[in-house]
Design a protein around this ligand. Structure first.
Ligand SMILES: Nc1ncnc2c1ncn2[C@@H]1O[C@H](COP(=O)(O)OP(=O)(O)OP(=O)(O)O)[C@@H](O)[C@H]1O
Length: 235
């Protein structure tokens, strides 16, 4: 079953065509990496999927329903969770409260506490639960953001450059986490680190100048001449 699809999805910013006519299909349970050179339109595409950016034209379907006109919070209620490039934790609140706030966007009552506990355990932050979030290392703050997404028990988890700024060891932990989540949750991962893509993604979509340039397994994409040229072209 396809959990997410877009048809003819486009966005222009004052005449600059950031995303052009994207038809994208994501089967349930898949880990999909979205890659592409800087400025290719990845964040804009994902922003339209999440409801943070209004498309200029085109449609978005989630779980069999057209959600193009739904606001972001309504998409969260339907099971879409996402983390963005910019750290969005509340630095003065405890770790556990950050996760609870995220969980309450979708859950109520006792379900919140167990979702918080599970999410922190999954990312390995149980011991830091009562720390102020701002006291965590940068890498742990990124993990906290993933926990905030997971606490919403998402059907689709979207991660925008989750490994940016992480150490080698933290990247290894992240790869293990994605492999663990795979199967339970459909994951769409914007990722620049090709090693992470090769080791975690089932399939890869490549965006270039706002258009889908290629789709395939990590190996196919790695060997694709047009993809190699696109990356060389932007140096
Ligand atoms: N709010 C905006 N206003 C004007 N132009 C924008 C806006 N957001 C993005 N753009 C432009 O749209 C294009 C696509 O940007 P986008 O951030 O989606 O690319 P990206 O693939 O996510 O890049 P990166 O890998 O560098 O994050 C770029 O040319 C960017 O400058």
């Amino acid at each position: 079953m396809t959990i997410l699809s877009t048809r003819g999805l486009s966005k222009s910013f004052d005449g600059l065509q950031a995303v052009t006519n994207v038809d994208f299909d994501l089967p349930q349970g898949e880990v999909r990496a979205l890659i592409g050179p800087n400025g290719a339109g990845k964040t804009t595409l994902v922003g339209m999927i999440c409801g943070r950016i209004e498309p200029t034209s085109g449609r978005v379907q989630f779980d069999g329903q057209d959600i193009t006109s739904l606001p972001a919070h309504a998409r969260i209620m339907r099971g879409m969770a996402y983390t963005f490039q910019i750290t969005s934790v509340f630095a003065r609140l405890p770790v556990t409260e950050n996760v609870a706030l995220a969980a309450r966007r979708r859950l109520t009552g006792g379900a919140v506490d167990s979702a918080v506990e599970n999410a922190l355990a999954r990312v390995g932050l149980t011991d830091e639960a009562h720390e102020e979030a701002g006291n965590l290392s940068y890498g742990h703050q990124r993990l906290l953001e993933i926990a905030m997404g997971l606490a919403q028990s998402p059907r689709l988890l979207i991660l925008d450059e989750p490994t940016q700024g992480l150490s080698e060891g933290e990247i290894d932990d992240f790869k293990a986490l994605i492999r663990e989540l795979a199967g339970d949750t459909t994951i769409l991962l914007i990722e620049h680190n090709m090693n992470v893509v090769m080791e975690t993604a089932d399939q890869v979509s490549v965006l270039n100048f706002g258009e889908i340039l290629a789709e395939g397994t990590p190996q196919e994409i790695h060997e694709n001449a047009a993809v190699q040229a696109a990356y060389l072209g932007t140096g």
